[in-house]
Design a protein around this ligand. Structure first.
Ligand SMILES: Nc1ncnc2c1ncn2[C@@H]1O[C@H](COP(=O)(O)OP(=O)(O)OP(=O)(O)O)[C@@H](O)[C@H]1O
Ligand SMILES: [Mg+2]
Length: 415
């Protein structure tokens, strides 16, 4: 698939943007802080309804404005769909598919699929388990968009159950509290089972792609592997090579319920929910050692890159080909890892790259350059695309005239 058009209003540093994009490779070039990553972040948002940089949405809305809008035309196997999202400060977000409002923003999930690789990805290896849970859940949702609803339900039940554990733990436990808790246990186990089944399937499916990607990037290192870790599930469920996969959600729910019952006294004592996918972890291993706290800086980078490349290859092998978003990554990589990434990027359907200077992007990719600039005064700087460099030709002078950028000219703004 590929993004054919991208429209932004008041997203981050972009007051306005209207871009036509092509399949193949495009690189957004420009100085630091000009708004290049913001473009990839906007595209990533349409695919995941989240940002790879921030957990809240307020920073995505341009300072001094009330709402941000992101729209894109996505072409998948010759079929075009238009998606639009409005991020509202202080009220619910809204979305449209082909200009018709949808009831829930998450209905747009699955239309655009992306795999984004960014400097922040080092946190996949070095960060908290929450980073790796998010990695798994986003990928699971890309594969199965209806999982977004399950994740939403799970989070809601978890919040309510945790609140009840806190009050029931603090005060004398009434029978009513405990029977309400039983009801929440049932809901939690039901949603947990669906999430667990998808995560187990993902780890099973991703493991070989991850191992291959790592071996090609860092052949001199120990082999890399991944495994799902869950206090709730018996060890035989966690073997990534296990077949058939544990997909019986009733069986998984029964196991979670049993573990919840066993953990109840401790949960009441501590006032937190100790069992469920929110406590689980994706173990990253180099040989027999955990990558976290053990891998070198270079190995950690290779592992993070392999997780993304593995995800890309997995999605491509099992469904539509995702758009590959590479935020400022080539400059961070050594020769071999650059080459491994370039090889994948060379035959991907669409790759959008950001870089400060053209030398940061492997020349063999022959990426089409788009120059990103900022203009404005102390009240705030606004990003704009100033010109499309013509390879070998320099920038097109017609597009470089003062006040005549491809985007950002207020008079050309659509309603
Ligand atoms: N909500 C916002 N409103 C206005 N401007 C914002 C907002 N959020 C971020 N910015 C501005 O966007 C700019 C950062 O954009 P971005 O991260 O895309 O830069 P970049 O071109 O990728 O830079 P680098 O090369 O350093 O990675 C900063 O100047 C920041 O002040
Ligand atoms: Mg950037």
């Amino acid at each position: 698939m590929f993004v054919r058009t991208l429209s932004l209003r008041d997203f981050r540093s972009w007051e306005y943007a209207e871009l036509e994009l092509s399949p193949g490779r495009t690189v957004f070039l420009g100085s630091n802080g000009n708004g290049k990553t913001n473009l990839l972040e906007a595209i990533g948002y349409l695919a995941t309804l989240g940002s790879h940089r921030v957990a809240t949405e307020a920073p995505l809305v341009r300072t001094g404005t009330e709402r941000a809008r992101i729209g894109a035309t996505v072409v998948n196997a010759g079929r075009e769909l238009r998606i639009d999202v409005e991020l509202n400060q202080g009220s619910a977000n809204r979305a449209q598919i082909n200009r018709s409002p949808v009831r829930r923003t998450r209905e747009i999930l699955g239309i655009l699929q992306t795999v984004l690789f960014a400097p922040e990805d080092l946190a996949l290896v070095r960060g908290d388990p929450g980073e790796r849970r998010r990695f798994m859940d986003e990928l699971c949702t890309t594969r199965l968009p209806r999982l977004a609803a399950v994740r939403g339900d799970y989070d809601r039940v978890l919040r309510q159950r945790s609140a009840l554990l806190k009050t029931a733990g603090r005060h004398a436990r009434s029978k009513a509290d405990l029977s309400t808790l039983d009801v929440w246990d049932g809901h939690l186990a039901e949603h947990a089972a669906v999430l667990l089944a998808q995560r187990l399937r993902l780890v099973h499916d991703l493991a070989p792609y991850l191992a291959r990607a790592y071996a090609s990037i860092a052949p001199e290192s120990r082999p890399a592997s991944i495994a799902y870790r869950s206090a709730a599930l018996p060890p035989e469920f966690l073997d990534p090579a296990r077949t058939p996969l544990p997909e019986d959600t009733e069986e998984l729910a029964a196991i979670v319920l049993r573990e919840l019952a066993a953990a109840r006294p401790k949960e009441l004592e501590r006032g937190v929910c100790l069992v469920g996918p929110h406590r689980d972890e994706l173990d990253l291993l180099l040989g027999d050692s955990p990558a976290k706290g053990f891998a070198s800086h270079g190995e950690s980078w290779s592992f993070a890159l392999s997780l993304r490349l593995g995800a890309f290859e997995l999605l491509r092998a099992t469904g539509a080909e995702p758009v590959l978003l590479l935020d400022d990554v080539f400059a961070e990589l050594d020769r071999r890892r650059r080459a491994a990434l370039a090889a994948v990027a060379a035959d991907a359907e669409q790759v959008l790259i950001t870089a400060a200077v053209p030398e940061d992007v492997p020349a063999e990719l022959a990426a089409v350059p788009l120059r990103v600039d900022t203009a404005g005064g102390p009240e705030g700087r606004v990003s704009r695309i100033v010109a499309q460099d013509r390879p070998g030709n320099g920038a097109d002078p017609a597009l470089e005239r003062e006040g005549d950028p491809i985007t950002g000219a207020p008079e050309s703004r659509a309603p």
